[in-house]
Ligand binder design. Structure first.
Ligand code: UDP
Ligand code: MG
Length: 326
């Protein structure tokens, strides 16, 4: 069983020229070792997915694929984003592998955990989550925003594995099942736990980015969080509705107060309270429309059913040893 396992490692890369030589080296070393130990099949490979990089990333992948049989490359026609690059890689090799591991190109995820992932797969797990033990290497800001994000998601009823990013193993049947989730705007961390199947966690130390810069600046991180929440939960709409009810109650209270004051024949000094309520309530209405708009926007995008990615080049020979589907 062990030596039969055909493993594919999928690595999304966006402007990673600074780190790629080291990534090639470390990943091929790990795969070579696993092949020699008889843990995985000789045809196992690493698939680098170039997500529309503007630097030499693709040239480097293409060249490496020519000289190294373990390395394959896939070039997307433009930048589709991390999640789509992952999907592109997984979808294109899903039927010719027994299991797939996704890992970032920047070596922040510990490549040595891969061996343990494969062990868990052999023990019968369909999903193995890589979970960060410590986040010492992340900046104070990133650590805390990530923590706040998990807490917020949990509050909204979204089941995420804390401290797990996109470093994971999926069996072929889990990948094929994942491909049935057709949303264009996919948030893998939220979807994978929905698949079910037997899963396990492998703990590892998160490293500092080996070279280059994070592709997730604050703006992208916020967009990612908003996307994650609005893709999985309608809690924001409910919250806005409760706020609406609350405001109506406050309005009723003010009406009673105004009536009493009128009875007692006092004049209400008007301007400040009036202008405040107009701005406050106006602002809240706009927020409410914005929240609803966010969901309508999502529906609008999804109804078009556009492809999630477009492949421009593929270094693989077409003939992978086709394996039977379970
Ligand atoms: N990435 C990608 N497309 C993008 C942004 C990022 O394929 O549009 C890749 C990137 O090359 C890396 C992984 O996704 O391999 C994670 O990105 P990064 O390390 O910048 O994120 P961070 O670790 O800072 O959250
Ligand atoms: Mg990173």
């Amino acid at each position: 069983m062990n030596g039969e396992t055909l493993l594919g490692v999928v690595v999304p890369c966006y402007n990673e020229e600074a780190v790629l030589p080291e990534t090639f080296k470390e990943l091929t070393e790990v795969l070579d070792r696993l092949i020699n130990e008889g843990k995985i099949n000789r045809n196992s490979f690493i698939l680098f997915v170039d997500d529309g990089s503007a630097d030499k990333t693709w040239a480097m992948i293409d060249h490496r694929a020519e000289v190294d049989p373990l390395v394959k490359g896939l070039k997307l026609s433009r930048n589709f984003g991390h999640q789509s690059a992952l999907i592109a890689g997984m979808e294109s090799v899903s039927t010719c592998t027994d299991c797939l591991i996704s890992i970032d190109a920047d070596l922040q995820d510990d490549v040595h955990a891969i061996s343990e992932f494969v062990d868990k797969f052999h023990e019968g797990c369909d999903i193995v989550y890589g979970v960060r033990k410590r986040r010492d290497q992340d900046t104070f800001f990133k650590k805390n925003t990530a923590l706040a994000f998990y807490k917020l998601m949990a509050k909204m009823g979204v089941n995420l594995v804390p401290n797990h990013a996109d470093f994971r193993l999926l069996s072929r049947r889990a990948v094929l099942e994942l491909m049935n989730y057709r949303e264009e705007n996919i948030f893998l961390r939220g979807i994978i736990p929905l698949l079910g199947f037997k899963s396990a966690k492998v703990y590892y130390d998160r490293q500092k980015r080996y070279a280059g810069e994070s592709k997730y600046p604050l703006k992208k991180m916020i967009a990612f969080a908003v996307d994650g929440i609005t893709s999985f939960s309608i809690a924001p709409i409910k919250l806005v509705m409760s706020l609406g009810f609350f405001l109506v109650l406050v309005g009723c209270g003010i009406a009673v107060y105004a009536f009493l004051v009128w009875l007692l024949d006092h004049t209400i000094s008007g301007w400040t309270s009036l202008i405040l309520s107009i701005w406050l309530i106006g602002g809240m209405q706009l927020i409410a429309i914005g929240v609803i708009g966010e969901y309508i926007g999502k529906i609008f995008k999804e109804t078009k059913k556009r492809p999630r990615f477009t492949i421009e080049e593929d270094t693989r020979e077409v003939n992978f040893a086709e394996k039977e589907i379970y």
